[in-house]
Structures are given as C-alpha cells and as structure tokens.
Design a protein around this ligand. Structure first.
Ligand code: NAP
Length: 286
C-alpha cells in the first residue's frame, strides 16, 4: 500500500514526498522523492526524522497485518500497531502534522455489515484489537488526524512483499491447484489505487475523523474468487467452498464486513472502481 502512495504522490503537484520504510529503498525509481530508512518502532528515530523534515502530513501504512501472526505474537503486534503509532502521534502532535492512519474492517465483529463510520467496533482478533487501540490513541490525542479504515486490498506494486487474494487466486487457478475458499465471509474488496486516492483526497482536503474507504461491490469470498476466474477465463471447478470454522485459523475473522461509503463519497468525492474495473486496472499493470 505504501508503494502505491509513493507512485501517486511523487507526481503530485502540491506535495513534496518523503517516503520511508525499514532498510534500503526497494523501489527502483528513486526520483521525485526523498527516502528515509526508518524503523517506526524506534521512538528516537521517529522523533529525529520529524525534526529533520517537519512534515505537514503523515500517512502511516506500516503495520503488522498478518492476522494469525498477530494472534500468535501479541507483543510484536502491539509494538508495531500501537506503540509505534504512539511515537508517530507524539511527533505529529509536536509538529502539528496532519496524521492520516490506516485501519481495518477487522475492528468490527462482522455481525451486521456493511458498516458506517459511527458503528460500534467490536474486534474478534488481536489484530483488530490492536488497530482499534491505535484508533483510540489518535482520537484521545490533540493531533489533527484521519483514520482510514479499509478492506481486503488488491493491487500490483513492483516489490510484492505480500500477495493479495486476486493475484493469489489467479496464480493458483492458472496452475490448476485446488483452492479451499470460505463461503461465509462477505467483503467489499479494495483496489489499492482507490485506497491511495482516498488517502490523497484526505490529505488534499485536510479532512479529519474516520473514513471508510473500500471497493463498492459486496461479495462473498468464494464469489470473489469465481469472479477472478471468470475475468481471467480460468476453470472455476478448482474452487472448493469451505466454511470459516473448517479452516481452524488461529484468529477469528468477522463474517460480514463491507463499508457504507456515503461519507467518503460526499465529503471527499471518493469514487471507487467496481471489482471488474479493478481487475482490468491490474491487467494494465501486469
Ligand atoms: N492489505 C489489506 O487487505 C488490508 C485490509 C485492511 C486494512 N489494512 C491496513 O492497511 C495498512 C497497509 O496494509 P498493507 O496491506 O500495505 O500492509 P503490508 O503489505 O503488510 O505492509 C506493511 C508494511 O509495514 C512495514 N513495516 C513493518 N514493520 C515496520 C517498522 N518497524 N518500521 C517501518 N515499517 C515497517 C513493512 O515493511 P517490510 O516490507 O520491511 O516488512 C511493510 O512494508 C495497514 O495499516 C493495514 O492494517 C490492510
């Protein structure tokens, strides 16, 4: 997600971009922005980086996002998803930086999706708990902030450190592998470009508060994979529907999330693509 933002923001007319991640810059095009090697769990390093650049806007896309790994390694999850956010927030508060922070549909229990921003969170997993704790941390601070909740992001970047459901399903179906896909979870999958655009609109409009930014099409995960098969003309008989319970995953997933996008559309003029349009966008980049 961070890389998508770099792609878009390095060409932005109004903003100068400082991109950061841990270690060497893994993006081959290094022009149009400054790069900083920054481990956000290092409070001193975060404060020093802010002192050096004094950013007007911060977009934090870093997180521990593997839901089962978070359940297994709670301390590591909290360190990145909550403690690091508190360091960024401390720096943002000091420099009056507009803090745009990424969060998740997993703050909800999935009992009555699709959700609007004011709906009551009730996370089922430690990942969701940690992301909600970070939201609360921002809400209780004096920092000017926006919380961007998103859902099941798919897209293509140069350095794919993590795959996503669309590319994974496409790859497996091409290899004619049998796929076990849950048929009791609903989502509104999000094109990475749309999410990046949502974050940039928030930055441009200096918008504050919670924003739900996702795709507009609600679907079951098995349906999603069938739509991938159809789009790429692949045999869908390899798709085997299973229940969430049968997977015995470490962390519980909410059954039906999905977002109501009225606020993002009205306040930001956010205009997401349909799922099929999203896959067509991927084709242009593959
Ligand atoms: N992807 C989704 O489907 C989804 C759904 C809902 C919400 N979200 C939220 O959206 C945001 C972005 O998600 P994503 O899918 O882009 O996540 P991701 O692919 O897992 O990327 C997270 C990034 O955080 C970086 N990172 C980890 N530890 C760091 C540290 N100590 N200092 C600096 N950077 C560090 C990682 O760098 P390395 O590559 O070096 O490890 C990685 O590039 C997250 O807040 C996530 O909770 C994502």
């Amino acid at each position: 997600m961070g890389q998508k933002l770099v792609d878009k923001l390095k060409q932005h007319k109004k903003f100068e971009l400082i991109a950061s991640s841990r270690g060497e810059n893994r993006i081959s095009d290094k022009s149009g922005y400054v790069y900083e090697d920054l481990d956000i769990t290092d409070r001193e390093a975060v404060l020093a980086c802010f002192e050096k650049h004094r950013p007007e806007i911060l977009i934090n896309t870093a997180a521990m996002t593997n839901v089962d790994a978070c359940e297994e390694n709670k301390a590591q999850c909290w360190k990145l998803n909550v403690d690091a956010v508190s360091y960024l927030n401390e720096a943002a508060e000091k420099h009056q930086t507009h803090f745009i922070h990424l969060s998740t549909d997993f703050v909800f229990d999935g009992e009555d999706g699709p959700y609007k921003e004011e709906d009551q969170p009730n996370p089922l997993s430690y990942y969701g708990e940690s992301k909600l704790a970070a939201e609360k941390l921002l809400q209780q601070s004096k920092t000017k902030h926006a919380i961007v909740r998103t859902i099941l992001v798919y897209g293509i970047v140069e350095d794919m450190s993590r795959s996503n459901i669309v590319l994974w399903a496409k790859g497996a179906l091409e290899k004619k592998e049998k796929l076990n896909i849950v048929n009791d979870q609903y989502r509104t999958p999000t094109l990475a470009e749309d999410l990046a655009d949502g974050c940039i609109l928030i930055a441009e409009k200096a918008a504050e508060g919670i924003f739900h930014i996702s795709g507009k099409d609600m679907m079951r995960i098995d349906e999603l994979v069938r739509r991938v098969a159809k789009h790429y003309n692949l045999d869908d008989s390899f798709i085997h529907e299973v229940s969430s319970a049968s997977l015995n995953q470490r962390a519980k997933r909410p059954s039906k999330t999905g977002f109501i996008l009225d606020k993002a559309r009205n306040v930001l003029n956010y205009q997401p693509h349909s799922f099929e349009e999203g896959m067509t966008k991927l084709d242009e980049q593959l």
